[in-house]
Design a protein around this ligand. Sequence first.
Ligand code: SF4
Length: 356
Amino acid sequence: MTDQKQEQLKRAEGFPFERVPAPLIAWYRANKRDLPWRVNPTPYRVWVSEIMLQQTRVEAAKEYYLRFLSALPTVFDLAACEEEKLLKLWEGLGYYSRVRNMQKAAKLVVENYGGEFPAEEKALKGLPGIGDYTVGAVLSIAFGLPYPAVDGNVLRVLSRVSENPSDISDTKYREFLREKLRAVYPQDRQGCSDFTQALMELGALICKPAVIECSVCPLKELCSARKNGTQKEYPVMPEKKGKREESLFVFVIETEKGIAIRKREAGVLKGMNEFPSAVVKEGDLPEETLKEWGVSAFNIVRQKKYTHIFTHIRWNMTCFFVRAEDAPFAAYSREEIEREVALPTAFKQCLGVMID
Ligand code: SF4
């Protein structure tokens, strides 16, 4: 590390974090958005919303959240939910392992804690799919305890106010921020809940990634980046790694019984429903794959190309609409697929190949 960067780091680490809560909480109380998970913030409701918000924008999450809570209003309902119904409720949100983990956690909360979430860091961390961030969110927002929840929004705000040159993917930096915040949390229950949400809200509404509205920011008097005009230089992001690419054949096979669906046995989306697919390389022929599977008397009617981008991988999919006499897969009508089969977005778009 250069001397200059070391100097800067020292200055950033000496930032007066204790001056953040008062103006921020006052601003939050006057400006917070009405969001469904802010009504009656029980541990269960906060937990569900935080898992959804890890992967979905607030506006899109609202509808999913209300649907999920109306179908599964308590942790008991989630623990007892049949898997296919659960995956259908999650359809469109992606990252299906998260909802599977939620159900595992719900079962443990029911079995080990009588359906009451434990108000304790170590016990919460022992539940599947719950990391530092979610623990902080549940403990502070639902239980009113002084635990920070440091997500991307919070990292951005704090990196800017203190002009911290640390890479935000550095776990030591996150730990440093958690410690600093924890030391300045308000003493009262409502204050703890509001401080966590205020930090997130400022990052979502004012101190956004590209549009930064310093003139209306409650931290403008304190903020080092604003003082020095360096807002856009923070937060310091990790170097981007390129995405791996995979080519797939996806077959929407229609027989007299319906459209073929099977469960994925390996790779991305393992355990989820799919239209039968295969990872392919240049020169592979779709007819060969269909024959290998034992699809009989088939006719490839049409093909279309789609892409789907996951966090670390990009799928280049060639989807084939195939009419066949028989196929060795479960079959569903199109209405059944819409109504009851949880189908990841990557595959759902392949239904488009049926339309000319
Ligand atoms: S003053 Fe500007 S850069 Fe600083 S926290 Fe507020 S919005 Fe972000």
